[in-house]
Design a protein around this ligand. Structure first.
Ligand SMILES: Cc1cc2nc3c(=O)[nH]c(=O)nc-3n(C[C@H](O)[C@H](O)[C@H](O)COP(=O)(O)OP(=O)(O)OC[C@H]3O[C@@H](n4cnc5c(N)ncnc54)[C@H](O)[C@@H]3O)c2cc1C
Length: 481
């Protein structure tokens, strides 16, 4: 077999540390422009190389260092740590409870519960980390309100809540419709349930504090250094534009960008999520009663998610508009003015009392969706124990990335334990159809969802065809009924 067959390649990325990519509101706040960026130059050697400096790469590095400080760990990041989804997200810290049925189907009730409990502990871990190392991350445990904003969405939570009631009684709290509307600050919320363990953070402050902590523990971090190729062998060699890094073990933590790697191409489906943030309006939030720090989602397939910030802004996002093709992502994955305007319209529809509020800025980022919306872990090549991946967070990665870090640390160190043998590692991930069928099909399905949800927003009965085609969408943030 020739050398090319033993090399995995990433598509070229536009970002390079200091290059003028569009930044999120959060990263603009958190990024210290004086922080030094060290690109990978020349030939370097390490025990464990991690590709990607988002939450997953950083939690993996921290976990390895906490378990064995003697292991040399090196992160190679194309942009800056937190430049990807970890510095752009809604900052809603959730568990895997909304995926309970998918988890049980994937790995059985016992393992599903072990993973769900681990995702609960992950929130405590983030709380502790923020109190010790990330005070600016504004950790706030205000719970998650899972709501309906149209009649059609009412009861979307029933299956999950019923299952959770059996496996973890008391996880979700039933609220009266009045209480839901009161807590969410708007009568557009017609009903819902509360998951009180969930929290919010300033996501980029969390990512940057993880980076600082990793450096303190001796992790080496090269930023502005895109890995272009992974050459298999003993050791494995990572190639960037200006250097090489040889490693005994490699972890791929590149989120949606992993879709350009051939072995993962059909396992991931990349879509955008778009966000806006308002100017500070603490008095108006007090007027409408949204003061408890609750994160709110509706129950649409193109889900809207929103939360308040410590200085009294509303950050409001919507998932699913732009669609990537294989590993290729349109530039509009970073920002798109017309999509941002649609998000602003949804915000004004849900909060008509706030419709004169100024939008401060907008941005977007890619979501690495898997078929069942659970992350996937494993060996990049079955016969090779040196390169592992942990991707496919499907829009719920802030909290679960802590669990991912434990799984990837065990895989990278070749430990035989409950993490390396976890059901998320051993289960075989379902593939999407190959490109270009997937790209075309995804547009057809998305169009059906848009039309169905537009009708439902007007409390009209959607066309049967749109309902039928929209059922073909992979499951979203929550289990698919
Ligand atoms: C707009 C938006 C809103 C979201 N809201 C929420 C939310 O409220 N709650 C929630 O739980 N989740 C949310 N998510 C998802 C969550 O942000 C992600 O699941 C999580 O950040 C994944 O972390 P990660 O480390 O895998 O990815 P990332 O943070 O994207 O890190 C991957 C890194 O890899 C780097 N990289 C890529 N290719 C290469 C290469 N070849 N060489 C070197 N480096 C490379 C990238 O630059 C990037 O920094 C949201 C995502 C988006 C985009």
């Amino acid at each position: 077999m020739g050398i090319f067959a033993r090399t995995d390649r990433f598509s070229r990325l536009p970002c390079s540390g200091r290059s003028p990519v569009h930044r999120s509101f959060w990263l603009d706040e958190a990024l210290d422009l004086r922080a030094e960026i060290t690109p990978l130059r020349g030939a370097e050697r390490t025990d464990v190389a991690i590709v990607g400096g988002g939450y997953v790469g950083l939690w993996t590095a921290l976990t390895i260092k906490e378990q064995d400080p003697h292991v040399d760990v090196t992160i190679v990041e194309a942009d800056v740590c937190g430049g990807g989804a970890s510095g752009r997200n809604g900052g809603v810290v959730m568990t895997w409870w909304p995926k309970v049925s998918s988890l049980v189907a994937l790995c059985g009730a016992d393992e599903a519960m072990r993973l769900i409990r681990a995702s609960e502990s992950a929130i405590n871990r983030i709380e502790l980390f923020c109190s010790e190392h990330a005070p600016k991350a504004e950790f706030r445990r205000g719970g998650w309100l899972w709501t309906a904003t149209t009649g059609a969405q009412l009861g979307a939570w029933d299956d999950v809540v019923t299952r959770a009631q059996t496996l973890g009684p008391g996880t979700f709290r039933s609220l009266s419709p009045e209480e839901v509307a009161r807590r969410a600050g708007s009568p557009q919320h017609l009903g819902g349930v509360l998951e009180p363990s969930n929290a919010t953070v300033q996501p980029a402050e969390l990512a940057r504090a993880l980076r600082t902590r990793a450096l303190e523990l001796g992790v080496r971090i090269f930023e502005g250094s895109q890995v272009m190729a992974i050459r298999r062998g003993t050791p494995v060699t990572l190639e960037t534009a200006d250097g090489t890094l040889r490693a005994d073990s490699v972890v791929i933590a590149t989120n949606a960008w992993a879709a350009s790697l051939r072995p993962l191409r059909n396992k991931l489906f990349v879509i955008s999520s778009d966000m806006i943030v308002t100017e500070p309006i603490p008095d108006r939030l007090a007027d409408i009663g949204w003061t408890g720090g609750e994160a709110v989602t509706d129950s649409q397939t193109l889900v809207c998610y929103y939360r308040t910030t410590a200085d009294g802004r509303v950050a409001f996002g919507k998932g699913g508009w732009s669609i990537g093709m294989g590993g290729w992502m349109p530039k509009a994955m970073d920002r798109d003015a017309s999509r941002a305007a649609m998000v602003a319209r949804d915000f004004q529809r849900y909060y008509p009392q706030l419709r004169t509020t100024k939008i401060a800025t907008d941005w977007a980022g890619p979501i690495d969706r898997t078929y069942n919306s659970l992350p996937i872990f494993g060996r990049l090549h079955d016969a090779d124990d040196t390169i592992h991946y942990g991707v496919g967070w499907s829009g719920n990665g802030v909290g679960p990335s802590v669990v991912g870090g434990r799984i990837l640390a065990s895989l990278a160190l070749r430990r035989q334990d409950e993490w390396s043998r976890s059901g998320l590692v051993t289960a075989r991930a379902r593939s999407f159809p190959p490109e270009p069928i997937r790209f075309v099909g995804a547009h057809v399905v998305r169009e059906a969802i848009v039309r169905k949800e537009r009708s439902e927003a007007l409390e009209l009965r959607p066309h049967k065809l749109h309902v039928a085609v929209s059922r073909l969408a992979p499951s979203g943030l929550e289990d698919k009924e």
